[in-house]
Design a protein around this ligand. Structure first.
Ligand code: EAX
Length: 324
């Protein structure tokens, strides 16, 4: 009798916990809370919770608490994480996404919005579906700049031999190799210590990630390059996404789309305000010679055209969308 009772309560517990789990939406990012992606993720989580009410619980984790972006992609596929924000490493999963590793391609945020509608949510989203991922929305990681401890970077020659951390993206690595640097790919969470201990001389990130991880405390030079605009993709696992109830998917999609507007506006604001934050931290700030970098970037575009299915056509369409 006792055994039976115990068995029964264990069963009802099991049911209860499965039920609770089904109603949880686990969302994770690799970035810090006060980076733009962290602020955006927080905003999204709050809005989504409000929209879904008590029936669902949005659980949000930042700073790689559930893993770095590469591990998060695995968890999306396994279904142990429902939503994650994925940035530069996306091109390692699907090379079409390396469109955002074409230097100086994205002109401004209006251009980005057109790229999102015409190319990301069409071609790129479809392509990555075949790899088990569902793109829900495009948010902003930001325009990237170079920091280091050796010298101001004005031309590609200044990068010569510089040990520079990049995300684990073969395209970003190739870009910096093309320019003469010595790129070292590593996960974002390891970068502060690598800079502090001199394992690498520098890194490249948007200002809000630099500030979010306090790289200004361990870096002397900030060279404003805007070499790429990195979007961040709110991403689900294809299998997990299809299992979510339709009303939940609609809520996530709509709230994520609203959050895009918020993120892009916030990104523009931070690009302005964080320059003074960096100056106050005693960083020496300069602008790169953009023309010299553009000129040195041709091989990167060529590689995309040669190696990526439909690459040249994607570049042409993306460039045509710059001038509307
Ligand atoms: O969370 O790894 C990187 O440099 C990326 O910018 C990432 O989004 C940081």
């Amino acid at each position: 009798m006792l055994k039976k009772l115990l068995g029964l309560s264990a069963l009802s517990l099991a049911i209860a916990s499965t039920h609770a789990q089904a109603d949880k939406i686990v969302f994770a990012i690799g970035g810090t809370p006060n980076s733009l992606q962290g602020q955006t993720a927080q905003e999204f989580s709050e809005r989504l919770q409000e929209r879904l009410g008590d029936a669902h619980q949005v659980e949000y984790y930042h700073s790689g608490q559930l893993g770095n972006e590469q591990q998060l992609v695995q968890k999306l596929r396994l279904g142990t994480v429902d939503l994650a924000a994925i940035s530069s490493i996306m091109s390692s999963i699907d090379s079409q996404f390396a469109l955002f590793d074409m230097p100086f391609l994205v002109k401004d945020r209006e251009h980005l919005k057109r790229l999102d509608q015409e190319i990301i949510m069409q071609d790129l989203a479809e392509s990555v579906e075949g790899k088990g991922l569902q793109i829900v929305s495009t948010w902003e990681n930001g325009f990237r700049h170079i920091t280091n401890n050796e010298r101001p970077i004005e031309t590609p020659e200044d990068l010569d031999g510089l040990k520079l951390r990049t995300p684990k993206s073969e395209w970003r690595t190739m870009m910096f190799e093309t320019w003469g640097a010595n790129p070292t790919p590593m996960a974002f969470s390891e970068v502060f210590v690598a800079l502090q201990t001199g394992v690498v001389d520098g890194q490249e990130n948007p200002l809000s990630n630099i500030n979010g991880a306090k790289f200004q405390e361990v870096q002397d030079y900030l060279s404003l390059s805007n070499h790429v605009y990195s979007p961040i993709w709110l991403t689900a696992g294809k299998g997990g996404w299809e299992k979510l109830p339709e009303d939940v998917r609609t809520a996530i999609t709509e709230v994520a789309a609203e959050t895009q507007g918020w993120a892009l506006a916030k990104g523009a604001e931070l690009d302005d305000s964080l320059i003074s934050t960096m100056r106050e931290a005693d960083m020496a700030i300069n602008k790169v010679d953009r023309d010299a970098f553009v000129e040195a970037s041709a091989p990167v575009y060529q590689a995309y055209a040669e190696r990526v299915d439909g690459g040249q056509a994607l570049i042409d369409r993306a460039m045509a969308l710059a001038e509307e």
